[in-house]
Design a protein. Structure first.
Lengths: 172, 595
């Protein structure tokens, strides 16, 4: 069985924990997150008849310094940068976090623009869109409230990781 | 000197190297190729010894061979099972026997444990404590029974915190192992980063997480962690074992650990290594010498109790059988007899006052009266013995009357005055005797001697009473019947008695008496015939009385024929009696007044 460590990052209140909640059923209390800065949940997916286990590390956001517990990124196979489409500042913070994370890990990152059920207060210009395409492997407009695109996002990430793995095998 | 020696030693080796270079130089591959040609022979010569030596050195051969052998066996089972079956067949019988025996002994041991845990004070205490500390009873019992016991061993990838393999003592709680691993890694990272690095610049590592009864032993290695969840106090020996296992895993899986891409398939065989860490140690409790005293004790108490109950039951039964004999006594009926216990007996009886007193009977039969509560009510018994007793009692006041029993009939004989006779007969009637059933008074003769003492008025009363008795006697004849039947004889005997008594009284009272015997008939048939029939009935009756001893000249017979009273005229086939009496003084008075 394939297991992958996936980290969720983003400013506070963008809905990281809600996204995870929408996606999994966990055993640990959210108290852990505020205590040590992270909470782990599990979700099993099946992609192309292959079972893949996502260990989702929901890392606590921190507004004040745009810092996060980078130690928890060690060994991650994928990052999900979560931003809030009702708060333009969350995108800036998300990008800062992405830059910081890239200094620690080289794993692929995807952008989740969350709260798609609410009216958005900002849009990516086509120029920005292009710039971010280089930064992020994939981009999704999700809603943790309605569940829109949440499952799809995780499935797409799983496919992406499996594809990378297969490519690795062929190049070896 | 020393340096010289070294020079001397190093020179030859350098020379050899040089020579080798000169001879082979760049042609080194020639040697390698020739060796390759011979490789098989060379290895064949030493392979066994080499394996032996290596096994002795670090026991690593076993671990390499184990998965190979397992795979081979699995392959054999899948593709060539017939051969395996043939080889295993002789073993299976003894294997089954052994496993059944093991199962049985395990079962008995578990049952005894269950009994001990459920029934003893310790067991109850453990349950309470387990409940208080919020752990399952099994877990708490294990913590009390074992010095330590490894419940779960995890192998965790250091970098990603992903679970590579795990082994648990029981299946319970296995599913969360991967989440626990990740979370544990997160906590480990948190601890490592949150506190100062040590002198050598290495980050601090969690080694142990400890609660009252639970220990998490963590052995960190460069690429992986081995974590053991332990109940109780783990000894150093366990820590050493974890270290050895961790080292072995690093040794054997060095490539897999470094190139880990999330696939835990490569680590399936590490289970065998982890299994070495599932250690435990029982608390010493002289287990060998212990006997199942508790079970023996319970059995003993059960037997004693059962024995006591059986004894009680049989004693009660015996008492019941003895007490029920009371009913054989005349004039006593047991309505209900309850023997609850030896000392708790209830008896509900009906008793004739003439019968034996119950407490007397109980004392006679050696019963302890204090244990017996008696509910007694009286009744009137007609049993022959009681009748006999009563008759005896009554007759004791009439010394001149003798009595004999003919079957159940009491025959009286002797002489009595009319009044005493009346008293005796009425007492006997109350006691349950009647002349129709069980009393014969034929031999009882009336005498007048005592009557003198009786006042005239009383005599007069008895006289009138007797007359009314005679008058109330009637004989019933069948249609056209005139013969005196046996039943009529009984009535006639009474009439004879009454007349006899009347004669005696009449003498004393100076009265002349005569008996009228009047016949009558129904209205079927001619009046003449009926008249004749009624006369015949009367004369037959008179003749019967004469036969009994009545004087002929005191009887006057008459036939009335049909009785023309509407209500009775169809059925009046009768003989009636009447006594004509005349006071002598009255006649004298009348005669005097007429003169």
């Amino acid at each position: 069985m394939i297991q992958k460590k996936i980290c969720l990052l983003g400013a506070s209140s963008v809905g990281k924990t809600s996204l995870v909640k929408q996606f999994v059923e966990g055993i640990f209390s959210e108290k852990y997150q505020t205590t040590i800065g992270v909470k782990v949940d599990k979700k099993a997916l099946i992609v192309d008849d292959e079972k893949i286990n996502f260990m989702l590390w929901d890392i606590e956001g921190n507004d004040r310094y745009n810092v996060f517990e980078e130690r928890y990124l060690r060994g991650a196979a994928g990052l999900i940068i979560v931003v809030d489409q009702t708060r333009a500042s969350s995108l800036i913070e998300g990008l800062d976090i992405h830059t910081l994370a890239k200094q620690v890990t080289s794993c692929p990152a995807i952008l989740a623009i969350n709260k798609s059920d609410l009216p958005s207060t900002w849009h990516l210009s086509s120029q920005e869109q292009e710039a971010y395409n280089d930064l992020f492997s994939l981009q999704f407009n999700t809603s943790a409230k309605t569940g829109a695109q949440v499952e799809n996002m995780f499935l797409a990430l799983a496919e992406l990781l499996l594809k990378d793995k297969r490519n690795d095998v062929t190049t070896k | 000197m020393a340096t010289d020696t070294t020079k001397e030693q190093s020179e030859p080796s350098q020379q050899i190297k040089q020579v080798r270079n000169i001879i082979l130089g760049e042609q080194n591959h020639l040697v390698t190729e020739s060796i390759k040609k011979e490789a098989r022979t060379i290895v064949t010569d030493v392979v066994t010894e080499a394996l032996h030596d290596r096994q002795k050195q670090d026991s690593s051969v076993n671990r390499i061979l184990q998965p190979l052998i397992e795979d081979s066996v699995q392959d054999s089972v899948t593709h060539n099972s017939e051969r395996l079956i043939t080889s295993l067949y002789p073993l299976v019988g003894s294997l089954v026997r052994k496993s059944v025996a093991a199962f049985l002994s395990d079962f008995i041991e578990k049952t005894n444990q269950l009994l001990e845990n459920s029934l003893t004070i310790t067991g109850l205490k453990w349950r309470l404590k387990a409940w208080q500390s919020g752990v399952s009873f099994a877990q708490y019992a294990a913590s009390q029974t074992f010095v330590y016991r490894v419940e779960h061993v995890f192998l965790i990838h250091r970098e990603t915190g992903l679970l590579l393999n795990e082994i648990a003592l029981t299946e319970h709680g296995k599913s969360d192992a991967d989440m626990v691993s990740s979370m544990l890694s997160a906590i480990n990272d948190f601890v490592g980063d949150s506190f100062l690095a040590n002198d050598e610049g290495q980050k601090e590592q969690l080694q142990n997480v400890r609660t009252d009864n639970f220990n998490l032993l963590i052995k960190p290695g460069p690429s992986a962690l081995v974590v053991a969840a332990v109940i109780g106090n783990p000894p150093q020996q366990l820590s050493n074992q974890l270290q050895v296992t961790l080292e072995n895993i690093h040794h054997l899986y060095v490539d897999e650990l470094n190139n880990f891409d999330g696939d835990d398939q490569h680590f399936t065989n590490a289970e065998n290594l982890l299994r070495d860490c599932l250690l435990s140690e029982h608390k010493e409790e002289n287990d060998n010498e212990r006997k199942p005293w508790l079970a023996i004790g319970v059995l003993f108490i059960v037997f004693i109790y059962a024995g006591f109950q059986i004894f009680n039951w049989s004693r009660s039964q015996q008492l019941h059988d003895e007490l029920i004999q009371l009913e054989n006594e005349p004039g006593i009926i047991i309505r209900k007899l309850t023997v609850n216990n030896i000392d708790e007996i209830e008896i509900d009886v009906l008793r004739d006052p003439s019968a034996i007193v119950i407490t007397q009977w109980l004392e006679n039969h050696d019963f302890n009266i204090e244990n017996i509560s008696i509910l007694e009510r009286n009744y009137h018994s007609l049993s022959p013995q009681i009748l006999s007793l009563r008759a005896e009692k009554i007759l004791s006041t009439f010394p001149k009357v003798s009595s004999t029993w003919q079957g159940n009939t009491l025959s009286l004989a002797g002489k009595l005055s009319a009044i005493n006779s009346e008293q005796l007969l009425s007492k006997l009637a109350v006691a349950g005797f009647s002349e129709e059933l069980n009393l014969n008074t034929e031999n009882l003769q009336l005498i007048s001697s005592q009557a003198i003492t009786t006042s005239k008025q009383i005599k007069q009363q008895i006289f009138e009473d007797l007359i009314s008795r005679v008058s109330s006697t009637q004989l019933n004849f069948p249609v056209a019947g005139e013969k005196i039947t046996t039943k009529m004889q009984v009535s006639l005997a009474h009439v004879f008695q009454y007349i006899h008594q009347l004669e005696l009284l009449a003498d004393e009272l100076e009265i002349d008496i005569g008996l009228l015997v009047i016949g009558c008939s129904d209205n079927t048939g001619s009046k003449t015939a009926n008249k004749a029939l009624s006369v015949k009935r009367a004369s037959n009756t008179a003749q019967a009385l004469i036969n009994k001893g009545l004087s002929k000249d005191k009887i006057f017979t008459a036939g009335l024929g049909q009785i023309d009273i509407k209500a009775i005229k169809n059925t009046a086939r009768k003989v009636m009696f009447n006594v004509i009496y005349i006071n002598k003084p009255d006649i004298d008075n009348i005669e005097q007044s007429t003169q």
